[in-house]
Design a protein around this ligand. Sequence first.
Ligand SMILES: NC(=O)c1ccc[n+]([C@@H]2O[C@H](COP(=O)([O-])OP(=O)(O)OC[C@H]3O[C@@H](n4cnc5c(N)ncnc54)[C@H](OP(=O)(O)O)[C@@H]3O)[C@@H](O)[C@H]2O)c1
Length: 263
Amino acid sequence: MDFGLKNKIAVVAAASRGLGRAAARQLALEGATVVICARRKKEINRTACEIQEETGSVVVSVRADVTKPKDVRELVSQARRRFGTVHVLVVNAGGPPAGEMLALTDKDWQKAHELTLMSMVRLTRAVLPMMVRQEWGRIITINSIVAKQPVNELLLSAAIRPGIGGLVKVLANQYAKYNITINTVCPGHIRTQRQEELARFRAEARRISIERYFAETAAAIPAGRLGRPEEIGSVVAFLASEQAAYINGVNLLVDGSAAKGVH
Ligand SMILES: NC(=O)c1ccc[n+]([C@@H]2O[C@H](COP(=O)([O-])OP(=O)(O)OC[C@H]3O[C@@H](n4cnc5c(N)ncnc54)[C@H](OP(=O)(O)O)[C@@H]3O)[C@@H](O)[C@H]2O)c1
């Protein structure tokens, strides 16, 4: 199936590895020109080269921290200066740290708010005028299963991620008339560096080995395994496609049925 992304310009935030990288790679495989960012210059440059070499699509790297308003503006301006516009935005960032209520400080809460919510607000605000003008746009935010089913030690995530789901629905209502769709993908347990770090934290807390933690996690997921980053990348590419034009305001679980309940 041709996803209709060949002449499209995509910006993918936080994409030197993990889910952002997988989304950027899949969009590039579909023929989109992709602008990616992360905080570490060497890593994001290397990832851009790797994806460009593999896919043959143009991939541009920008060093940017999505918690910094100036960096967000510069990321989107670079895409606009070089390619004229942005058609697809993938909002992503590192996850907020795990922690207990009595250990988390105001600063931790403010940092998580900037990282998870305000990065989405600022990136979206920067691209929406272009999308409205061209009457075409796709915004896909990498959210989390935690938006649907809180996890005790991911307090910061549990407090902020459901709000992103609410914001996405309101924006979808307001911008659908411009042929813009705004959705989130809510990954379950996907094997990335972030997942390895969480696994270490949880395994240590329970005094079990990391291998045992992963075996138990896989056994608790109906699919019987953790997900692969490319399984998120392909959902992002589909949501960015022409074919997904009528999917709007959705918070889509991609979790091997890990979340309990009807969502
Ligand atoms: N993996 C999962 O199972 C899972 C499940 C649910 C939700 N999520 C969420 O999905 C998101 C991505 O997770 P992941 O597993 O792909 O994480 P990851 O493997 O740790 O990768 C994070 C990526 O984001 C970049 N990044 C981090 N902070 C940034 C910032 N402030 N500005 C710009 N780039 C930044 C990192 O590069 P630099 O360090 O160089 O900036 C890296 O490229 C997180 O919000 C996570 O909570 C993941």
